[in-house]
Design a protein around this ligand. Structure first.
Ligand code: G3P
Ligand code: CA
Length: 305
């Protein structure tokens, strides 16, 4: 009996050893393939599988939460974007005087709350005391300026991907806790990080190389695409007038493997132009209307001629 037991033990130990070796080799190959850092193992599917280039009708990015459906950059707006089935929900981030990341577009709270003052001169407590909904419509009275953490809490279980815009300059130290939170929640593969600010984009390349990133730009042309490639981004975002001034831009961007996004289009006429230009993502304040239009456009595209 004892020898039978010993033999079984011996065989199992041998198999466990081979299994361990196989796991180790597989993990090592993954790390080598993806760029040799542990975080790179989780490298974004957005980045690796070209999900930022689309065929057919453009994807929908819901702007500032969903700025036409609810007060911009509030949890009500994020919720409206999710309910509208947006592919991405975009939010803007700034930091308070005490260094907390809050969801806010403007440098001041004047336009979108009942308060006044620069976001970076107010403490989180002062910002949190403001009403961020009543200016939009009475039924949104009581909406607060969300912290980044609160927005993530709502976005994490949602099917949508997330587009986070860093307004102005963010150092590595300021970015690190945001990136850590997203990694902790295993959201790396479904968050796209963007900024107009080149220093912020460089800091992101260092602190968040495993996240897909998008360069926002006020210029187009070969040099911008070269810079985007150097920064390791997956897409370029620009406003519609810029694409109109550089009609070859979408082709240039896509030829280098990047996606092209355009902001902020809110009418069927503008959406049609974006579709004809071959834009990959449309950033809109009304994701519900855009999705309905897109469905119609996709049916038309696939209908037999
Ligand atoms: O996502 C791009 C777009 O949001 C940039 O413009 O001013 O609305 O943040 P802005
Ligand atoms: Ca934005």
């Amino acid at each position: 009996m004892t020898s039978v037991f010993k033999r079984v033990h011996h065989v199992l130990r041998g198999r466990a050893m081979w299994l361990a070796v196989a796991c180790w080799v597989f993990t090592a190959l993954l790390v080598v393939d993806l760029g040799a850092t542990p975080h790179a193992v989780a490298t974004s599917t957005l980045q690796r599988f070209g999900a930022l280039q689309r065929e057919g009708a453009p994807g929908v990015v819901s702007h500032r939460g969903a700025a036409q459906l609810a007060p911009e950059n509030t949890l009500a707006a994020v919720d409206a974007a999710i309910r509208a089935g947006a592919d991405f929900v975009e939010i803007d981030l700034r930091y308070s005087r005490d260094g907390e990341a809050v969801v806010m577009h403007d440098p001041t709270v004047n336009r979108t709350t009942n308060g006044t003052g620069r976001v970076d001169r107010l403490t989180l407590e002062e910002i949190r005391a403001l009403d961020a909904g009543a200016w939009f419509a009475p039924e949104f009275a009581g909406e607060r300026v969300p912290t980044f953490e609160e927005a993530v809490e709502v976005l994490d279980p949602a099917p949508a991907a997330v587009l986070v815009e860093l307004k102005d300059e963010w150092s590595e130290a300021r970015l690190a806790p945001l990136v850590a939170l997203l990694r902790e929640r295993q959201m790396t593969h479904r968050v796209l990080l963007q900024s107009f600010n080149l220093d912020t984009m460089e800091a992101l390349a260092r602190v968040a190389p495993d996240f897909a990133r998008m360069l926002l730009t006020r210029e187009l042309g070969d040099e911008v695409v070269d810079r985007a490639i150097e920064l390791g981004v997956s897409a370029i975002g620009a406003k519609a007038a810029l694409y109109a001034a550089f009609p070859q831009a979408v082709e240039q961007i896509r030829a280098r493997g990047l996606g092209a996004a355009v902001y902020t289009l809110n009418s069927p006429e503008e959406w049609q132009v974006a579709l004809e230009r071959g834009i990959d993502f449309v950033i809109t304040d009304d994701p519900a209307a855009f999705s309905a239009w897109r469905q119609h456009a996709s049916d038309a595209l696939s209908a037999p001629q």
